[in-house]
Design a protein around this ligand. Sequence first.
Ligand code: SAM
Length: 292
Amino acid sequence: MRQRLEPSPGVLYVVGTPIGNLEDLSPRAKSLLKKVSAIACEDTRHSGQMLKNVGAKATLFSFYEHNTKTRLPQLLKLLKNGQSLALISDAGLPGISDPGEELVSLARNAGHDVICIPGPCAATTALVSSGLPSDRFCFEGFLPQKNKTRKKILSIIAEETRTTVIYEAPHKLVRLLQELCHLCGADRPLQVARELTKIHEQQIGPTIGAALEYFLVNKPLGECTLVLGGARIQTNIQLTRSELLIEMEALIKNGASASEAARALATKTGQPKRFLYNLLHEEKKSKMKINF
Ligand code: SAM
């Protein structure tokens, strides 16, 4: 297969870097980082040693959450001037709970090619080593800290039938496990992947209850990714049309959207989500007619 010349002028390269094990930096990523004209990284000091090791001579630009506004125009200007630019984060894939999405979108809109040099990602690494279903899954990243939104997201996660991957800082892990235990029950399958790709890599599970018990005794240390098994579809619950509506309307009153309410009831009853959503829609239409 013919390979395109890398790096090419005016192209943004999104480069995956190791999440712990430095051997995971691919030969293609090394070669690109060595030859590219500029590199945007979250923390120039953090990435400095790795970039020195690969022999990178590019100009480094710090690019993190709080300087994106000023940095974005500068990085886009580099591309416009025909320079090649690599984007890396402290670890893993940029754009996955790390800066990147906005730069990629703006670069594309400005007509630049964007090419990803794939590499490790904690979410997919944790998922495929968890033993939990990986045919369909959701990624939640870090959960919001604000109470109301957090509660809402947690209740959606609890009803989700696909495997869900969540990032969490070690000092907040026990709180999250307690919340999940309360909403999903102690028996729900879960694996906490700790220190993936590193010497002390570990998987703690196989349920929320077992992981919580472990971390209440062993202080969580290092990086953690949670892989939560999906909710079981309960097909034995038979509700009438009006009972279904009452339950969905109660969820909507508590802040869920129509789509979220339909999904939650689909999980609970085994009824198709589309059917439940249409039920809500029909009810809304008939109420509007009565009001006229
Ligand atoms: N962009 C990164 C990626 O592609 O995975 C994720 C960056 S996010 C700021 C950092 C979070 O990823 C950590 O808090 C942790 O939840 C997870 N993580 C990163 N490295 C990990 C590792 N070696 N083992 C387990 N989880 C990890």
